[in-house]
Design a protein around this ligand. Structure first.
Ligand SMILES: Nc1ncnc2c1ncn2[C@@H]1O[C@H](COP(=O)(O)OP(=O)(O)O)[C@@H](O)[C@H]1O
Ligand SMILES: [Mg+2]
Length: 232
């Protein structure tokens, strides 16, 4: 049987920060194999390395040692341009604090990553489709600040989806939301996993979000201390 290429192959990842005279490992010899179409939660106490892991996995941080393959592409030896292209083609990011631009409409915010694509002609159409996907097409012409927190995070999700990346990386996507609006985002992530064949990796403090994922990886001091594997 031919083995399908993994979404991620992480081997011996280490990421150190200088702290005065000492070096502190935010990631400490971390290895993970993540198949495509995974829905994985990364949990762990504050400072355990979750955000560090996500930025290394998103090819946003190059200061690590070890090996990363994304869909079979080895990041070592790639230059900034190649890394940029890989991010654009393969990865959508969602952050705790939405990062929407207040002077742009909802539609323009969602379209913005598509405008930098080699062909931006379909950007508006793609943005409308992504907004429809998150149930907010009727708010296309509003400004983000007129939306609720949960709606803003859904707009951020639409923006992450606009170029249809196979991988979605979310860092505490419900961290700034109350429990009711947090639900909108959790439901949406679950649907994106169930109905589209995306790999979703979500860092979270929230038990009810972690429980919806199919695999749970727990970090302490930059090490994996618990990994349920994919639960069928
Ligand atoms: N830019 C940085 N400079 C120095 N130390 C950092 C930096 N980013 C993270 N750290 C340290 O790395 C460790 C892991 O941080 P982080 O990945 O943000 O944890 P988490 O997201 O799990 O709360 C912490 O000890 C933090 O202080
Ligand atoms: Mg964090």
């Amino acid at each position: 049987m031919a083995m399908e290429v993994l979404a991620y192959q992480l081997q011996g990842l280490r990421r150190c920060y200088e702290e005065g005279p000492t070096r502190r490992a935010a990631l400490d010899d971390l290895s993970l194999a993540i198949p495509q179409r995974s829905f994985m939660a990364v949990v762990g106490p504050s400072g355990s390395g979750k955000s560090t892991l996500l930025s290394v996995m998103g090819a946003l941080d190059r200061g690590y040692e070890g090996k990363i393959e994304i869909l079979g592409r080895d990041l070592r030896g790639m230059n900034e341009r190649e890394l940029g292209r890989l991010r654009n083609d393969f990865i959508g990011f969602v952050f705790q604090s939405f990062h929407l631009l207040p002077h742009l409409s909802v539609l323009e915010n969602v379209a913005s990553p598509a405008l930098f694509a080699p062909s931006c002609r379909g950007a508006e159409e793609a943005a409308r489709k992504a907004l429809d996907r998150v149930g907010l097409l009727d708010r296309a012409n509003d400004r983000p600040q007129h939306l609720s927190g949960g709606q803003r995070q859904r707009v951020a999700l639409a923006r992450a989806l606009v170029r249809s990346p196979p991988i979605l990386l979310c860092d505490e996507p419900t961290g700034n939301l109350d429990s009711r609006t947090g639900h909108e985002v959790i439901d949406l992530l679950e649907r994106l996993h169930a109905e589209e064949s995306r790999t979703i990796i979500v860092v979270t403090h929230e038990e009810r979000l972690a429980q919806r994922a199919r695999r749970r990886v727990e970090l302490v001091d930059g090490k994996v201390v618990n990994d349920t594997g994919e639960v069928p």
